[in-house]
Design a protein around this ligand. Structure first.
Ligand code: UT7
Length: 332
């Protein structure tokens, strides 16, 4: 089996800022409620002409530049997204053409709710580990504003738009160590879905509180399972594994979910107060929940801001509609 590393990252957010203040003029909400309940102050909203494809393309272009490779070196393009319009063809075709990638490479969307980037990364990781490819591009991109009902205060305050990308390459280092993916069909399948409600694309409909409870628990479990795939480690072994992790980059759905999960790590593993909280990367205050983009965007920003650095051990952990969940253990 081959090893694989992340050799470049890039991201993009639209220029338009939608603040809590502005939202409070659109629906019955307030800056205070949104900050206290979610940690979000503002989010970015794509322009009319912008799509998950155009945003993903800019993020990928930046990742290619950052990796210092030529576009023709990319052999496969995997895109985590939920907002391709229309659903076919994949959002990747225009990216391949627009960025001068080889026209015969495979490109496809992975639709797994907000866990789409974790899933896409795992697929790409395994294609390199198996020896199928040497260089693969992975994108997380979403335009949730296109499927958000701006008359529904329980959802419209949460979501924003954006994109992030990584370039993976076969390497001597064990960069993408392993991934752990899961799903939760059945009754939970209906907790977060698109309902038509007379609009052409439909709108996001969510039982927020139930998703919240699930999300906090599954974030902790996904992180522990990616550290201990057999699920056999005792408390002290898990604690030792967790202490080796430098930072956790979680899906940015709600600051309270992220901090709640950190508290659960601390109580379950007997860690000093604050040790898990300090590991959590948060971009939610500025960008809200931009679905598949949230993890690769946070990764790219964290690298630029020096919050994570080469050699750090990271966990990317996500959850979303399905309900799906997953984590990737990465040595940067
Ligand atoms: O990407 C993955 C998918 N999404 C998520 O992970 C989101 C998970 N869920 C959440 O983040 C939280 O459940 C929410 C932020 C959506 C809601 O926060 P909450 O603390 O769970 O509030 P709640 O749903 O229990 O509602 C509390 C109150 C309700 O009023 P009453 O019934 O107590 O009078 C809501 O109607 O807050 C009300 N409310 C609002 N008030 C002002 C709901 N949304 C708003 C709002 N502004 N925007």
């Amino acid at each position: 089996m081959y090893h694989v590393s992340i050799i470049g990252t890039g991201s993009y957010v639209p220029e338009r800022v939608l603040s809590n203040h502005h939202l409070s003029k659109m629906v019955d909400t307030s800056d205070r409620w949104i900050i206290e309940r979610t940690g979000i102050r503002e989010r970015r909203i794509a322009g009319e002409e912008e799509t998950n494809t155009t945003m993903g393309m800019i993020a990928l272009q930046r990742a290619i530049q950052n990796a210092g490779i030529r576009p023709e070196e990319i052999e496969s393009l995997v895109i985590g997204t939920n907002t391709t319009e229309p659903v076919w063809p994949s959002s990747g075709g225009p990216m391949v053409e627009g960025l001068g990638l080889r026209k015969d490479i495979p490109f496809f969307d992975v639709q797994a709710g907000c866990t789409g980037f974790n899933y896409a990364l795992a697929i790409a990781e395994n294609s390199i580990k198996a020896g199928q490819y040497t260089t693969v591009a992975v994108i997380g991109t979403d335009k949730l504003s296109a499927i958000t009902n701006y008359q529904d205060r329980s959802t419209c305050v949460l979501f924003g738009d954006g994109a992030g990308a990584v370039i993976l390459r076969r390497s001597d280092q064990d960069g993408l160590i392993r991934s752990y993916l899961g799903g939760n069909a059945g009754s939970r399948n209906l907790l977060l879905l698109i309902k038509k409600n007379g609009s052409p694309n439909g709108y996001i409909s969510m039982e927020g509180r139930k998703v919240y409870i699930f999300a906090k628990r599954i974030m902790v479990e996904s992180c522990l399972r990616v550290l201990d795939p057999a699920g056999t480690a005792g408390k002290s072994e898990l604690r030792a594994l967790f202490e080796q992790v430098d930072k956790i980059i979680p899906h940015q759905a709600n600051a309270r979910i992220i901090m709640g999960a950190a508290e659960e790590f601390e109580s379950r593993l007997g860690l000093p107060d604050g040790e898990a909280k300090e590991k959590m990367i948060m971009t939610i205050e500025q960008y809200g929940n931009n679905s598949c983009a949230s993890i690769p965007l946070a990764l790219d920003l964290s690298i630029r801001e020096g919050k994570v650095k080469k050699g750090d051990l990271l966990i990317f952990v996500g959850f979303g509609a399905g309900l799906t969940y997953g984590a990737n253990l990465v040595r940067l």
